[in-house]
Design a protein around this ligand. Sequence first.
Ligand SMILES: C[S@@+](CC[C@H](N)C(=O)[O-])C[C@H]1O[C@@H](n2cnc3c(N)ncnc32)[C@H](O)[C@@H]1O
Length: 357
Amino acid sequence: MSPKRSVEKRKQFRGFPFHKSRGQHILKNAAVTDAMVEKAQLRPTDTVLEVGAGTGNLTVRLLKYAKKVVAFEVDPRMIIELTKRVQALGPELASRLEVIHGDVLRANWPFFDVFVANIPYQISSPLLFRLLAHRPAFRSAVIMFQREFAQRLIARPGDPAYGRLAVNVQLLARVEHLMKVSRNSFRPPPRVDSSVVRIQLRQPAPPLDFREWDGLLRLCFARKHRTLGSLFGQSRVVQLLQTNRARIRDEAAKSQNTTSADTTASALMEMVNDTDLALDDTDENENAASSFVPPPDVMDTVPLEAEDGSALTAVRTEIHGILSEQGLLQTRAAKMSLEDFLRLLCTLQAHGFRFTS
Ligand SMILES: C[S@@+](CC[C@H](N)C(=O)[O-])C[C@H]1O[C@@H](n2cnc3c(N)ncnc32)[C@H](O)[C@@H]1O
């Protein structure tokens, strides 16, 4: 067999080729699949949601421990293999499986207690935010991610991978790294290593306006190594905060507080659809902060007496005072904790400032 042919053969399963575009990397290492199921701590009464069942390496193990497994799979060829395999296990186990053919991101999700999946990595970000927004809350999710993505989820202040993704996810859930998985555990091996993480929703969800929260994070992480004093001193930022505050005050007479449960849910759904979060939100990711990106030549120390009108100067002074009072003038997003961000948002909001229109 020619070398080229043997490579082709390795990429196939029972005659059909795997599609990289669908993230079809089958988990062939039984020790890893067993460990994922064990970490899921399933109960005999559980309904499990699996995404991307493939040929069923994980599914067949889940069926042994759960009352029911609902598995999404987009590729009909995989579903045929999966169905044959599960039927061979006998009617008892086969009756526990429900396969849903389709794109998991476009479908309605059924009720589930636990989520377990080796997902296609290209849908990591929208799938994760869909999970974080899912209600009723599930007990836990055990998910295989690309290692680099997993590191961005668990990153702590000061870590190079710490960014908007980590802060947003950690606001809504506890995230725990469970194990590293080498690329050789898959067939065909992907170009990247992987990690399994556990996610547990914080209950109840923090009572925040998530648009405001994410607006603050976009600003702070647009330049995560820059001081807050410098970021909030920029004319564009001061102008925006001032304009929003004036409008909100005008509207306040006509409408009620915007931090309702409905607003929270719909804001979370916006984050689900926010492809910016799939990007690397280091300083270079200017897309993530388009409305706030300062001109590159803005100096680190912005003079308070700028020549942009007394109203703006007064607002700039006010913001400077708030940051100074909170001890945050010299603080940089790269090192701020979740609590620092929450405190900053609450304080700015108490002064009537808003990040979104
Ligand atoms: C990484 S493989 C995992 C297969 C299997 N669970 C395993 O661990 O061996 C990902 C699977 O997700 C499926 N898939 C890709 N995109 C999907 C989507 N949007 N909705 C549902 N399934 C999808 C692929 O066809 C593939 O079978």
